[in-house]
Design a protein around this ligand. Structure first.
Ligand code: NAP
Length: 311
């Protein structure tokens, strides 16, 4: 039977995704009809993004699964009309690779103190040699698909690594902490902190004044996770006292970041416009097709969201 697949991830993405999805669905050996408009009661699978116009899933009575193109699912997990399985995007070749590159670049910027030489209007000759990575404490909060991949790269560079997740982990070259009781130890003395947690009720405002006080004085905070992980007033206060030396922020409570937000003008803040990593159509299409193939053959879906945990 032909599967009806609705592309509901937004008309602006259709042009980029149409060809890769057709290729991946064909390569997966599926008999399918892919379209941006279908009668709701005839849709079998939905390729989705949380900013889709589809917010009420009730009319989709035949729907088997919703395949989200984004890694972050906080805007859809609480939707009470969604009762079928929801998957999130985990894509080693695209999204993950992009995040590893972005995080590694920004960690190295702070580790090597690159700014002092890139912007040096007084032509100051100050030969302060940075320590080796082995002597630089880096902590990653969130050791999922993205945090683990970043940890592996930073471990290869020999950083003194600590990490934190909900459940216990073993990652070579990293001291892993877990559970609410493990957070303080993960943060203690970190000189560079990377946030790769999802936005859930448990993680919101996790980087508050108390958490920031545990970092090494002058630490760098790098947030490619989600804006609500940080209590903004606490971060701004820590930047002003020097407890935090610099914050590189890719995500914000409100996006686009309002033009009058204090982060824009703060001399110790780098704002990047939610570009740390993006879903790449060719590899993401293969992930979507593989999941539909699996579900059709009775195999468990990959990357299914635990909606009670919120990620
Ligand atoms: P993931 O695989 O679901 O990993 C999430 C990690 O956070 C897991 O290690 C999880 O612990 C941990 N975690 C969740 N709740 C926790 C809690 N209450 N206490 C401690 N640890 C907790 O997600 P991912 O694919 O790595 O993505 C992480 C986030 O990155 C996404 O949710 C998204 O918000 C963000 N993101 C941003 C961009 C960007 O361009 N800026 C791009 C993609 C993704 P367990 O391992 O124990 O479950």
């Amino acid at each position: 039977m032909t599967l009806n697949i609705l592309f509901a991830a937004g008309p602006d993405r259709w042009e980029d995704y149409a060809r890769p999805l057709h290729k991946a669905l064909t390569d997966a050996g599926l008999d399918y009809h892919l379209a941006t408009e279908l009668p709701p009661e005839e849709v079998d699978y939905m390729v989705y993004a949380p900013n889709s116009t589809v917010q009420d899933f009730t009319p989709y009575t035949r729907l088997k699964a919703v395949l989200n193109l984004w890694a972050g699912v906080e805007a859809v997990t609480g939707n009470p009309t969604l009762t079928v399985p929801l998957t999130r995007m985990v894509d080693a070749e695209g999204l993950t690779q992009g995040m590893v590159e972005w995080v590694t670049g920004h960690v190295l910027r702070h580790h090597l103190g690159m700014d002092a030489h890139i912007v040096n209007p007084e032509h100051r000759w100050a030969p302060e040699v940075p320590p080796l990575a082995t002597d630089r404490k880096v902590t990653i909060l969130g050791l999922g698909a993205l945090g683990t991949a970043c940890a592996e790269m930073l471990s290869a560079l020999k950083f003194d690594l600590a990490g934190w997740a909900r459940s216990p982990k073993e990652i070579p070259g990293m001291t892993c902490h877990s559970g609410p009781e493990g957070l303080a130890a993960a943060l203690e003395g970190a000189e560079i902190l990377v946030l790769l947690l999802p936005d859930t009720p448990e993680t919101r405002d996790i980087l508050d004044a108390q958490a920031l006080a545990r970092l090494a004085p002058g630490a760098a905070v790098i947030n490619p996770g989600r804006g609500p992980l940080i209590e903004d007033a606490a971060l701004l206060a820590a930047l002003d006292t020097g407890q935090v030396g610099h914050a590189t922020l890719d995500v914000f409570r409100e996006e686009p970041l309002p033009r009058d937000d204090p982060y824009w003008a703060h001399p110790k803040v780098t704002v990047t416009p939610h570009i740390a990593s993006e879903t790449r159509p060719p590899s993401a299409a293969r992930v979507v097709a593989e999941n539909i193939r699996r579900h059709q053959s009775g195999a468990p879906l990959l990357h299914q969201v635990d909606r009670s945990a919120g990620y």
